[in-house]
Design a protein around this ligand. Structure first.
Ligand code: GAL
Ligand code: ZN
Length: 683
């Protein structure tokens, strides 16, 4: 069960797409690969309920029994991400409407409106029936609710629900008018009924309305999830429940807030970069998942007496799972890129190194038809006699050999802030530059720390940051007074803070703070900015000491801070670009541009070392990623070699993949991985 160290391995299995003879072969192959968990039923609604209220569970009974007989567990999904045709035809009012008022038709998936009562009722009904039938099935290890919540809608149901949500949030129309600054462009509302969702309009939409619309959908989709979760939980409280997150900042889901409502944070991760960027994106995705899970565990603990966790976390309470990833292809603009040999395992093990309770894939067997017929699979179209399946078998063995690491905490000395609302607000129109994106700025700072070799935890504004040497807040555009006080308190107490441009500029309603940027953090940073100088595509501004700034620059006035780097060209030549401020017992850095990657790496390394942080494995060569896990039984060093030649890295202990003793150094093969159970507590 979830309290024993055991890494999960498997993926989405869709036996409903295949004749039953194939099921037996599937299970034989799963056993060969040591698959121990498969997700079933994700999009099977029309096969489970072929007509309203008429169910066909025979096939799923046989599937689950077959799994149980073979010692394979199931993450049983509710199929509500894809309502059957009969449902959409009977309830056209439950089909989603775009902001331009176009009602979409059945024909793909995710074509439903979670604010439509008929959809919610139908979803609860099928979830309830599945709960009654399978909650005590011996194969059941996890409930997987829905799939990647994220569909928004602008229909009348949504508008009505939005108004109710706004009433609860703002209390009065006066408060809403103030929060949305409706005095601008004659938008003052005198009756709640005048308010709608931000439908397509003539010119730029209202940023307050756009932001609340995202928050509303996050809460509405969360309610759709918790409704199903509660039914599943009632049927058997011991079985954990989760839903898989889609990782993208267009998604109207506040992942951190949702984390308090799932027993295990589950993410789907598909890197978009083909080169080394894929590894860096993988590290960030995993650190985000762990951070959300930790945040959720703390929120649960704060909300009430600690119920026994259905999935115990690491020392920090963090429990998460890589629920989906691609065995082979990486999607890039317009084409699919095959992963090089060994890369599938390296990506998966990078997630495991960062705390994932296993490595799961979309999907087990490649389908012959359907929209995703060319998506990669553990059993590709070529069949089991294939490189990908051989690598699958090999990875199953590796996961078994490193199972003892499961549940150990991931070491991190730097914290990096992430905020869903800032991400949403920085997608609004009318900003000083359209090249700003919160997630991109978090990724750039994370990449710099990753390349410098520092372990990183993702934190949410307001989370406890005790014990981190350095806190980095990239483009934290929205900051409430409470968030400003949180950052100030951290620095006054002796912490080292590094804030980047466009942070603290607006409050929680996306209203700009006056008196100089970066409003909320001016005092702690000891700077005051009067003017922005956003840069054009391809423009760079030279920085003193080498390197360049991109995307953004600004005219930084010193009100207590000292300049540590200056702009070395352009209209800002000689003006401060990077500053440092001794404040209280701590230090606060401000970075007013986006340094190129190498300059950023050196800058963050300087700030981290000055703060007393240490890289995980200082001797690891460039391109070899090091992550340390620590548990009651000791510590483990994961070394992931992303280069095309072997490297020797200093370590002592036992290498778990080979079982070999490591006296002074371990050889990590080109493109390969080593996991060392360390002999003595490191550091
Ligand atoms: C995920 C989704 C899967 C599959 C996969 C393809 O987002 O949950 O069902 O579509 O993407 O990459
Ligand atoms: Zn709707």
């Amino acid at each position: 069960m979830w309290d024993e160290p055991r890494l999960r391995f498997g993926g989405d299995w869709n036996p409903e797409q295949w004749p039953e003879q194939v099921w037996a072969e599937d299970v034989t192959l799963m056993r060969r690969a040591r698959v121990n968990l498969v997700t079933v039923g994700v999009f099977a609604w029309s096969r489970l309920e072929p007509a309203p209220g008429r169910y066909d569970f025979g096939w799923l009974d046989r599937v689950l029994d077959l799994l149980a007989d073979n010692g394979i567990r199931a993450a049983l999904a509710t199929p509500t991400a894809s309502p059957p045709p009969w449902f959409s035809l009977a309830h056209p009012e439950a089909l989603p409407v775009t902001d331009a008022g176009v009602r979409l038709h059945h024909g793909s998936r995710d074509t439903y409106c979670a604010a439509a009562p008929a959809y919610r009722a139908a979803a609860s009904r099928i979830a309830g029936v599945l709960a009654d039938r399978y909650a005590h099935h011996p194969a059941l290890e996890l409930w997987h609710v829905h799939n990647e919540y994220g569909t928004v809608c602008h229909c009348e149901h949504a508008a009505t629900a939005f108004r109710a949500w706004l009433t609860a949030r703002h209390g009065s129309l006066d408060a809403l008018n103030a929060a949305w600054t409706t005095s601008f462009w004659s938008q003052h509302y005198s009756d709640w009924e005048q308010i709608s969702t931000p439908r397509a309009t003539q010119y730029l939409a209202n940023p307050g309305q756009l932001l609340d619309f995202r928050r509303f959908w996050s809460d509405t989709l969360l309610a759709a999830y918790t409704e199903q979760r509660d039914l599943l939980r009632a049927a058997n409280p011991a079985v954990p429940v989760t839903t898989n997150y889609v990782l993208a900042d267009w998604v109207p889901v506040d992942h951190a807030r949702w984390a308090a409502e799932v027993d295990l944070v589950a993410i789907d991760h598909y890197p978009s970069a083909v080169d080394g960027g894929a590894e860096e994106q993988t590290a960030l995705a995993a650190d985000l998942a762990r951070g959300w899970a930790r945040h959720g565990a703390r929120a649960r603990a704060a909300a009430g007496p600690p119920a026994t966790a259905r999935v115990p976390g690491d020392a920090a309470g963090s429990a998460w799972l890589l629920m989906e990833s691609a065995p082979n292809l990486i999607y890039t603009a317009g084409r699919m890129h095959a992963k090089e040999p060994g890369r599938m395992a390296r990506h998966s093990l990078a997630h495991v190194a960062r705390g994932s309770r296993g490595a799961m894939y979309f999907q087990w067997r490649a389908p012959v038809g359907g929209a995703e017929r060319f998506h990669s699979a553990l059993v590709p179209h070529a069949g089991p006699d294939s490189r990908v399946f051989r690598e699958t078998v090999e990875l199953g063995g590796i996961l078994d050999r490193i199972a003892e690491t499961d549940g150990a905490a991931v070491e991190a000395s730097v914290a990096i802030g992430w905020d869903a609302a800032s991400g949403w607000a920085l997608r609004h129109p009318g900003l000083p530059s359209q090249r700003i994106d919160h997630h991109g700025e978090v990724a750039a700072a994370h990449r710099a720390l990753w390349r410098a070799g520092f372990g990183c935890d993702v934190v949410l504004p307001g989370d406890s940051v005790d014990g981190y040497a350095l806190l980095v807040l990239p483009a934290l555009y929205l900051a409430s007074d409470a968030v400003a006080a949180w950052a100030r308190g951290y620095v006054e107490g002796g912490g080292h803070l590094l804030v980047t441009w466009l942070s603290g500029v607006a409050d929680e309603h996306a209203r700009v703070r006056t008196g100089g940027y970066p409003g909320a953090f001016r005092d702690v940073l000891g700077v005051r900015v009067e003017e922005f100088h956003p840069l054009a595509d391809g423009d760079e501004v030279p920085l003193g000491g080498g390197g360049t700034g991109r995307i953004w620059a600004e005219d930084v006035g010193l009100t207590g801070a000292e300049a540590v780097r200056a702009y070395a060209g352009g209209v800002l030549a000689g003006r401060p670009a990077v500053t440092r401020h001794r404040h209280g017992a701590g230090t606060a850095w401000y970075v007013s541009t986006r340094p190129d990657d190498e300059t950023y790496r050196r800058l963050l390394m300087e700030a981290a070392l000055a703060a007393g942080a240490a890289p995980t494995c200082p001797a690891a060569p460039a391109g070899v990623e090091a992550v340390r896990r620590r548990g009651a039984a000791g510590s483990w060093l994961f070394l992931l070699n992303h280069t095309d030649r072997a490297h020797r890295v200093p370590a002592t202990g036992v290498e778990l993949l080979t079982g070999a003793a490591v006296d002074t150094a371990v050889e990590v093969p080109a493109g390969g991985v080593a996991v060392v159970r360390e002999a003595a507590p490191a550091r």
